[in-house]
Design a protein around this ligand. Structure first.
Ligand code: DC
Length: 223
């Protein structure tokens, strides 16, 4: 493997995508947001009004959902059957649908294959829940980003307020706890720290501090 792969995993609201995006720019790497892929396929299941338990039906739906990514002005955009759905997937509901759909092995199989293909020959920073454990097990640098649930809830509240939405902090914290539980306890590829991942707790750190830490680790690994 000549390309350098950085895998970032961690729970919702730990700062993965913000940090990975900035680090990718600094390093000149490609940033791949795998959560967006699960959000897009969650949207597809929602649109089809279907949360089936039958493997046949899940397989059939997965077969009809074509997920692709592209880049516009350096930002990742996501396509569902050719439609740019980037602006539709950033809601709390889309996150919940993503978490729900990500339990299905048929969905994960398709997403992992796509993600491995995208990371194949390029220098990448990929973030998600199973990147260091399943998608890129040979990544040269693996980070497990986490933060206290109260800190994560506060960050999410600020993000929502910036978008002009009002929300109750207690409700956000409850939702984050629910999502953590769902992502950590599912039977297929649950969220967990890879044995060789470095744990970074971002609770008391600024975004810049964490980015610097990752860039420093990358330099050390490159040698
Ligand atoms: O990172 P995010 O909040 O956009 O992810 C939404 C959901 O997608 C998350 O709760 C679980 C699922 N997901 C996953 O199972 N595996 C990934 N690699 C990325 C996301």
């Amino acid at each position: 493997m000549n390309n350098f792969q950085i895998a970032i995993d961690g729970p919702a609201g730990a700062g993965k995508s913000t940090i990975a995006k900035i680090a990718a720019k600094k390093l000149g790497y490609i940033y791949i947001d795998t959560g967006a892929m699960y959000r897009a396929i969650g949207l597809f299941f929602d649109r089809n009004g279907a949360w089936p338990e039958s493997h046949e039906k899940i397989k059939e739906l997965v077969g009809r959902a074509d997920i692709n990514i592209g880049y516009e002005n350096g930002e990742q955009v996501i396509f569902l059957n050719g439609e740019n759905v980037s602006s539709l997937i950033r809601t709390q509901e889309a996150g919940d649908s993503a978490s729900k759909v990500s339990r299905f092995p048929e969905v994960r199989e398709k997403m992992v294959e796509l993600q491995q293909r995208l990371a194949g020959t390029k220098n990448v920073i990929m973030d998600g829940r199973d990147i260091g454990t399943v998608v890129l097990p040979d990544a040269q640098l693996k980070i497990f980003l986490t933060a206290d649930v109260s800190v994560r809830a506060k960050r999410r509240l600020l993000q929502l307020e910036e978008k002009g939405q009002t929300c109750d902090i207690a409700k956000i914290e409850e939702e984050i706890r629910g999502r953590d539980k769902q992502d950590m306890t599912r039977s297929v590829s649950p969220l967990k720290q890879a044995d060789d991942a470095i744990l970074l707790d971002t609770s008391d750190k600024t975004i810049d501090e964490v980015v610097e830490e990752i860039v420093k680790l990358q330099k050390e690994r490159i040698g």
